[in-house]
Design a protein around this ligand. Structure first.
Ligand code: FE
Length: 210
C-alpha cells in the first residue's frame, strides 16, 4: 500500500458503515417510512445548498476582510472555525488561492476526500473515475469540459486531497463586484468555484440610474 493509500479513509471494498447505511435505507423505503425521493432531496440539499453555503460565507468574508483572508490562508481550519464551521472530515483544511496567473482545483485521486464542513457532500462527478484520473493528467482539458477556458499562460495547480488534508479553493473576486457587500457577494460563490472547476459568477453590470 502506498503512503497515499494508507492515508485514505475509504477502504475498498465498501466499508461496513456504507453497507449498513444502504441496508437501512432499503429497509425504511420497504416499510414505507420514507421515499427514495425524500432521501435524494436531502442529499441534494447538502450537496448543492447547505454545505457550499458555508464555504461561500468563508470566501465572501475573505474577499471583504483582508485580515480574515490572511488568517484563512495561514491556517484554513482555524479561520473556518471562527465562522463556526468544523467537524467531520474537516480536521485540516488548506485554502488555495486563485490569482490572475494561477488557477487551483481539487481532486481526490483515490476516493472522495472533500472538505465537508465548508462544501458539504461531494457531487457524484467528483467521485467518478473519470474526474479522479483525468483531473491530474489533463486538467486543462477537463476544465474546458466544465466550461472553463483558461488562457495558456495561466498555471494550473491540482491538489490531491487525502484523509489528512482537504483543500478548498478561494476563487478570485469577479469583476463588477466592487460595489457589493459581504452578503451580496455570497450568491456569486458557487460550489464549483470552490472546487476549482469554475470561476465565481460575474454579477450583472450595475444599473446606471441606481
Ligand atoms: Fe479520498
Amino acid at each position: 500500500m502506498s503512503p497515499h493509500e494508507a492515508n485514505h479513509h475509504s477502504p475498498h471494498p465498501e466499508s461496513y458503515e456504507s453497507l449498513r447505511t444502504k441496508a437501512l435505507e432499503s429497509l425504511l423505503i420497504e416499510k414505507g417510512l420514507i421515499s427514495s425521493d425524500a432521501i435524494d432531496a436531502v442529499i441534494e440539499s447538502y450537496q448543492e445548498h447547505i454545505g457550499p453555503l458555508n464555504g461561500a460565507k468563508v470566501v465572501a468574508r475573505a474577499w471583504t476582510d483582508p485580515l480574515y483572508r490572511k488568517r484563512l490562508l495561514a491556517n484554513g481550519t482555524d479561520a473556518i472555525a471562527e465562522l463556526g464551521y468544523m467537524g467531520l472530515e474537516g480536521s485540516e483544511i488548506v485554502i488555495v488561492e486563485n490569482t490572475a496567473t494561477t488557477h487551483n482545483a481539487i481532486v481526490c485521486t483515490l476516493c472522495s476526500c472533500y472538505p465537508w464542513p465548508v462544501l458539504g457532500l461531494p457531487p457524484s462527478w467528483y467521485k467518478s473515475n473519470a474526474y479522479r484520473s483525468r483531473m491530474v493528467l489533463e486538467p486543462r482539458d477537463v476544465l474546458q469540459e466544465f466550461g472553463l477556458d483558461l488562457p495558456e499562460e495561466t498555471e494550473i495547480r491540482v491538489w490531491d486531497s487525502t484523509a489528512a488534508i482537504r483543500y478548498m479553493v478561494l476563487p478570485e473576486r469577479p469583476p463588477n463586484s466592487e460595489h457589493l457587500n459581504e452578503a451580496e457577494l455570497i450568491p456569486l460563490i458557487t460550489r464549483d468555484s470552490m472546487i476549482g472547476v469554475a470561476k465565481a459568477t460575474v454579477p450583472e453590470p450595475r444599473n446606471s440610474n441606481e
